[in-house]
Design a protein around this ligand. Structure first.
Ligand code: LLP
Length: 422
């Protein structure tokens, strides 16, 4: 459920008409709903309530300061994957002991920064990273808390570009080698083992791959404890999918996911960490765009809008589906018409949808909204074709605020510098 609903035929973000925001901010823009962000975060908290837990929001899915501030104020931890994301979490007021640092390529500088600022744990993905982290921490007179990310070799049955838990993926340490790596970790002066980490992929639409991975983590927890390690935290990653197509069957609910976690791991007396991104921010955001032209083509017609692949990359990158709806609801009984929805960028890949069934009568100046655009939307945008990064707006009840303004062309152009010989 989200808070983008039609009222009197006009799409609202909570209590604010989307057309009112468009008039104030211009298009295209991302619009997030505070109530939806909060609701989805709380669903995870409730799902894990029977166990000690920390829900760490995956900052990569939406890293706007206002979004992080909102979730942080509700008690969320943060899962970060770069020094930049670490600084964003800190700047939003999240304390270091609620920040988990993931990622396959942490640099020594990033390790130093997180150790100095405080960090809950590093999720270590390779032996060389483990050695580097120990050296950095010991050099600072500190000990780094770690979980080793294990790769359970489970098929997440999701898009190949976002599956991470198969042995051929670059992520984690093969679970078969885990005991060896934990033994190595225990012998390093700058390392303290606190737990195990696993993340098998994103946009998972069934529980079974999670269950298989967690069963392997359960087995490994017992083995590592036998080896003398103090495994007290299990970080289960993110990955629970959302219904992008409202017509399709819905993925499992957080409460079902939570129940499965209790069944598979609840008896181990561990603190459970999870790192959901998409399920918290995805359906909490829409991308609003204006129709520029309706063009009759040969065999197919095009809806040319002012958002493009650089603003929302998911369709061109993954062939992802986003529901597209008119901001002014079509009257009941309005005929429908298949259209290719495209942006102004000079690439055929700049196509959001092919032959999408849309209400007849959309015309220049009309607004459309892409649903489920709050995760991996604004964060993946670029300025390709010198199109300014799309502004972001946050709604709360009947108020809205611009939480990242659209840059001016001067700002964009003046970021470049001319070398002295030109
Ligand atoms: N934890 C780790 C270690 C991750 O790598 C990810 C996502 C998450 C948590 C959060 O996963 P989520 O709950 O959001 O599924 N750009 C792609 C998604 C990439 C996901 C990468 N890792 C997309 O637009 O679908």
């Amino acid at each position: 459920m989200d808070h983008f609903l039609y009222r009197n035929g006009s799409l609202h973000a909570e209590d604010v008409p989307v057309s009112e925001i468009a008039a104030a901010v211009g298009t295209p823009f991302y619009c997030y709903s505070s109530a939806t962000l909060e609701r989805h975060f709380r669903l995870f908290q409730e799902a894990l309530a029977p166990l000690p837990n920390l829900v760490c929001f995956a900052v990569k899915s939406n890293s706007n300061q206002a979004v992080l501030r909102l979730l942080g104020s509700l008690g969320a931890g943060m899962d970060v994957v770069s020094g930049g994301e670490y600084l964003r979490a800190k700047a939003a007021g999240v304390p270091g002991d609620r920040i988990v640092f993931s990622g396959v390529g942490k640099t020594r500088a990033e390790m130093r920064q997180a150790l100095a600022g405080g960090v809950r744990q590093f999720n270590v993905e390779s032996e060389p990273e483990l050695v580097a982290l120990s050296e950095v921490a010991a050099g600072m007179g500190l000990v780094a808390p770690i979980a080793v990310r294990v790769n359970p070799d489970v098929d997440a049955r999701t898009h190949e570009k976002i599956a991470t838990g198969k042995s051929e993926n670059k992520f984690g340490i093969p679970i078969a080698r885990a005991r060896q790596v934990y033994a190595q970790a225990a012998g390093l002066p700058g390392i303290e083992v606190v737990g195990i980490d696993v993340h098998i992929g994103s946009q998972l639409t069934e529980l079974d791959p999670f269950r298989q991975a967690f069963a392997k983590v359960e087995e490994l927890t017992r083995a590592l404890r036998q080896d003398g390690h103090d495994i007290r935290r299990l970080d289960l990653g993110g990955g629970l999918g959302i219904p992008y197509e409202r017509s399709n069957s819905a993925p499992p609910l957080p409460i079902e996911y939570g129940r499965m976690i209790q069944e598979t791991l609840g008896h181990l007396d561990c603190e459970i960490e999870i790192e959901p991104g998409r399920l918290i921010s995805g359906n909490a955001g829409i991308l609003v765009s204006e129709v520029i032209y309706v063009k009759d083509g040969e065999g197919r017609d095009f809806l040319i809008i002012d958002a493009a692949m650089n603003d929302l990359m998911r369709p061109s990158l993954y062939g992802a589906h986003h529901d597209i709806i008119p901001v002014l609801e079509a009257a009941p009984g309005t005929a429908r018409r298949p259209l290719d929805v495209v942006g102004p960028v000079c690439e055929t890949g700049d196509t959001f949808a092919r032959q999408r069934d849309l209400p007849e009568g959309l015309s220049p100046g009309d607004l459309v909204a892409f649903r489920s655009a709050g995760a991996y939307g604004a964060v993946m945008a670029s300025e390709y074709n010198t199109r300014p990064l799309v502004p972001e707006v946050l709604v709360s009840g009947d108020q809205f605020a611009v939480i990242r303004p659209r840059p001016t062309f001067d700002e964009i152009i003046n970021r470049d510098t001319i070398p002295p010989w030109l």
